[in-house]
Design a binder for this molecule. Structure first.
Ligand code: SF4
Length: 460
């Protein structure tokens, strides 16, 4: 099925009206529903069930270390300049890989692998090689596998970039956030423009298949004019994908954000103007708006996957392998199997201790109910394809859509009044205006939301 990606339309008043705390739906149910009653044994059972499905595999490896703290950061990180702390981590990671891989059917192919963090290039070349070999010894990879990692461009040289390509990475991602020096200084992440262009030059010269860069809007001292310069320079940099994230200011959850001068944060109206300008500039250039915060060139795999309805959301954002099941390794990482999600311990001490005890380092998780599965499919269709086919949900789950979701269809009528959706007998279609509020539309199908609305970042 070939699907045309719809454009985006702005109505600042409508966007303001729906600017409520809403999950990002990188999973459904969201991670806030994970419970400690879900144990390593439950995860083992879920792996056994997943072996029967024989689905392809996606792997994620979390490297939590960073050289310095960026004040906007919401990730689970360990800040240190002592590179020796990565040594035991790689060893424990290797043990976790061996234990988990022994439970997975060896005939299942790895079609995707991603190293994230933290800062994967915190590892030196020897440590990268050690981890790479451990993975290679335990899993078999598809010859076309997408193999990506995140880097911090301040801590790489040309030799390291070429080493990554030679060892087998074929995609790369790095954070810019903003080119403006005042903004960079306020968030403690100074990355000179010259250096960013130089690193991109090495990446292109090395021949990586796809490059993603991250930007953030809503940071201190940003305004529409200065961020427009950042967008123009990013277009000049010519990445294949651009993620433009909304800064979630939550210092009560992330104490490092207390270093940010609150008075310098752009007000909501300015943020909306920045977002509007960003979407216009990027879509008038060579980028398509994929959804949420993601843009991609027309010939990038993300855009192709969306056109062929193969796009899916997972904890890394959008992914091109809709049917792959995700296994996460390392502290904090999340595994997303078809019917269960599991998250590893966040603190290194707890993570190491579990592995020393000989069990999978699972801290919490959730086993999905039948209702969760139905709702997840509805939410993921909306988040990934900007529409929902009732027939597909009915065929997949043997329900009568209009009866099962009668209360939700009533709620959707309000969104229809605001022209965010159109409702037909067979489909729910997100309008051009609704595309920036896709989280709010998906939230209609979320039964957990009422109890936990306070715990999410705002939609814009
Ligand atoms: S933004 Fe990236 S480099 Fe900065 S502290 Fe967070 S994980 Fe580390």
């Amino acid at each position: 099925m070939v699907f045309q990606i719809p454009p985006v339309k702005f109505d600042l008043d409508i966007i303001k009206k729906y600017d409520l705390p809403t999950p990002r739906y990188t999973s459904y149910p969201p991670a806030t529903e994970f419970r400690e009653t879900f144990t390593a044994v439950d995860f083992q059972d879920a792996i056994a069930a997943s072996n029967h499905r024989r689905t392809p595999i996606s792997l994620y490896f979390h490297i939590p270390f960073c050289q310095s703290a960026c004040y906007f950061c919401g990730c689970n990180t360990v800040i240190s300049n002592n590179q020796n702390i990565a040594k035991p981590y790689v060893e424990y990671l290797t043990r976790e890989i061996c234990t988990t891989a022994s439970l997975i059917d060896p005939n299942r192919r790895v079609v995707q692998m991603h190293w994230g963090g933290g800062t994967p290039n915190y590892l030196n070349q020897q440590q990268v090689e050690q981890l790479w070999n451990s993975i290679g010894n335990c899993f078999s990879f598809d010859s076309q596998a997408e193999i990506s990692l995140e880097i911090n461009p301040s801590y790489v040289d040309k030799n390291y970039i070429f080493f990554l390509k030679e060892i087998g990475f074929n995609r790369i991602s790095f954070g810019i956030q903003d080119f403006n020096l005042q903004v960079q200084t306020a968030v403690n992440r100074i990355q000179p423009e010259k250096m960013l262009f130089e690193v991109m030059g090495w990446i292109k010269e090395a021949g990586f298949k796809s490059v993603n860069v991250d930007l953030i809007y809503g940071l201190p001292y940003q305004n529409c004019q200065t961020f427009k310069q950042t967008i123009k320079k990013t277009i000049e940099l010519d990445p294949d994908r651009i993620a433009v994230f909304n800064f979630a200011y939550v210092p009560w959850l992330k104490p490092v954000q207390k270093n940010i001068p609150k008075d310098a944060l752009p007000p909501l109206q300015e943020k909306l103007e920045i977002l509007k300008m960003t979407v216009e500039e990027l879509t008038q250039s060579q980028y398509l708006f994929i959804g949420m915060d993601h843009f991609a060139k027309r010939d990038d795999e993300l855009a192709i996957a969306q056109r062929s309805s193969n796009l899916k959301r997972n904890f890394q954002g959008y992914t091109t392998w809709a049917q792959a099941e995700l296994f996460g390794f390392g502290a904090t990482s999340i595994s997303m199997l078809e019917e269960a999600y599991a998250q590893n311990h966040k603190r290194l001490h707890d993570y190491y201790q579990a592995i020393d005890t000989g069990i999978l380092p699972v801290a919490k998780g959730i086993k999905l109910t039948r209702d969760d599965l139905v709702r997840r499919d509805a939410i993921m269709q909306i988040m990934s394809h900007a529409k929902l086919s009732k027939q597909e949900i009915e065929n997949q789950h043997h329900i009568h859509f209009d009866e099962y979701f009668a209360p939700e269809l009533e709620l959707l009528k309000f969104l229809k009044t605001d022209e965010l959706v159109t409702l037909s007998k067979d489909e729910i279609i997100i309008t051009d205006l609704g595309r920036l509020l896709v989280r709010n539309i998906a939230a209609v199908f979320d039964v957990y939301l009422k109890n936990r609305q306070q715990r999410f970042s705002r939609a814009i």
